[in-house]
Write a protein that binds this ligand. Sequence first.
Ligand SMILES: [Cu+2]
Length: 446
Amino acid sequence: MPIPAILRPVSVTRTSEFYRLRMADTQAEIVKGLRTTVQTYGGTFPGPTIRAVRGREVVVRQTNDLTVHTAVHLHGGHVPSRYDGLPMDLVEPGETREYRYPNNQVAASLWYHDHAHGLEAENVYRGLHGAYLLSDPHESSLPLPNGEFDIPLLIRDARIEADGTLQYVRPYDCPHMLVNGKERPYFRVAARKYRLRVYNVSPNRHVSLRFADGAHFAQIASDGGLLATPVTLNELTLTGAERAEIVVDFSRYAVGSSVVLMNTAALDTERPEVLRFDITRRAEDPSRVPDVLATLPPIPKGTVEREFHMSTFPDTRINGRKYDPDRPDVETTLGTSEIWTIRNTLTRKPAGVFHAPHSFHTHLVQFRVLDRDGHPVGPAEAGLKDTVIIHPGETVRIAMTWDDYPGEYVYHCHHMVHSSHGQMGRIDVLPVESQEPDGTSKGITK
Ligand SMILES: [Cu+2]
């Protein structure tokens, strides 16, 4: 299993790191012995990992040397609208565009990926995705596994033909599971604890990950950062674009043995194996998982409520409408706290339909998940989130505050085949001056 290289800055100033990336086609060996043409950031599949530190700006100059439009979005990033990579804010072939990320949020496993209107699913599928690991002094001070024992796992599906061609097809025709760009790889580990940053970067599928022996592990972080306390699990479900950081202790295995990570949500026609860990050596392990990881901010007290109905048939829509970049669907005012009720209008999961759950994602903010069908969510979903799974028939409520940056943003299903077909809405965060004279905000879902 490859580990994506850490991108080196081209220059560093007192406040900022400057990076350059070129989007271009290249060839990768995804399946052993086959050459596959992919779209890349910086020539690697997936793209290189950007490491950022809270309080230091990251500036990325992106040059599009592909033949398709692109837009680069920092998923989970608290970023001004002009650097958000909105669907119509395109980098045309041959163009260069600078994105500036302030990194004024807590440590989190973010990722950068394509967001060009109508093309994001295919562009991400073809390779335009990479990890962006933000650290902060508090997180760095914890005794968690670090350095070579802190590893991102970018998991996704694909269809590779016998001649190596990467076919862009329906999700239930994608039998190849890739981790960091290789099909069902193995990873040589020491018999000690590892911090694994698990990403589901599949365009259109959720995964449920479990070790073949049912071993437990500790979840320490969700999309937007550390959980308050670690959560012990033996299965981890991640919908499209969700992340979880887990600490796995391989010291329970003998040197020379192996353990396989399986996807229990694989179709009957697919192999469930995702990744094999080979325990090859002993190692010192001064790391541990503290009982208390972080102090979470208070849950926003929403003063505005909105409802969103996510439909699948006859086409993927939100509140019956398809995304129109010229139509604001929601207007709010900077600083407003809101409660959003999101319902998956499918009443049950149709047999064999992979894309029945939706993956609800908001730009700009991390939200909190209040409840699922009226029941409080478990501790793994109680931290900072930017993406949440909505199963058929379910209603999920989330709360957020639209703070710091006025401007245009989007919210959408992160099953990217759905968003590419219009399951996305536009939210305009208005500056405070535009409040109504009586002081009420324009909290109206049109
Ligand atoms: Cu969807």
